[in-house]
Design a protein around this ligand. Structure first.
Ligand code: ATP
Length: 132
């Protein structure tokens, strides 16, 4: 079996990653998916969180926020609604988004707004984790 597989991470606007990697940890909606070469085929909804992968023994991270992930034996393709590398993350913006969402969550009653604010909070906190 091959020691690597191709990881492709894109948003509708751009391609962020297209590399041969040895492993990846993908935050799916149902929980973390650990991907190694030869993984069984899988299609899942992407969650909000930190996606990590290993290239030549070096671990890298990205913040991702929703989308889909498709895994095949020799490929893992992530199409994310938003994704940022650590160097691209504006931490002040994420902290402001975190505060806005926290304030909204403290005052609201409507369920739909609650889910929206919670997602915004999760996106901001994932960005702050990855930016570190
Ligand atoms: P905000 O309220 O600050 O816009 P958001 O979570 O609503 O945050 P998204 O809708 O997830 O933002 O993303 C919109 C676009 O802005 C995407 O292209 C995303 O990559 C980018 N983006 C959002 N927050 C940041 C950030 N803190 N640093 C860099 N890019 C960001």
């Amino acid at each position: 079996m091959a020691a690597t597989f191709e990881l492709e991470i894109a948003t509708p606007e751009r391609l962020l990653v297209k590399e041969l990697v040895t492993e990846a940890q993908v935050p799916a909606v149902g929980g973390e998916i650990g991907v190694l070469p030869g993984h069984a085929p899988l299609l899942s909804e992407l969650g909000i969180g930190a996606l990590s992968y290993v290239v030549n023994g070096e671990q890298r991270h990205l913040a991702v926020a929703g989308g889909v992930v498709e895994v095949q034996a020799e490929t893992c393709r992530v199409l994310a609604m938003a994704a940022e590398k650590p160097s691209e993350i504006d931490s002040s913006r994420a902290r402001a988004a975190e505060k806005r969402a926290t304030d909204r969550l403290a005052t609201m009653k409507d369920n739909l707004d609650y889910a929206r604010a919670l997602n915004a909070l999760n996106r901001a906190q994932a960005r702050l984790r990855v930016a570190k």
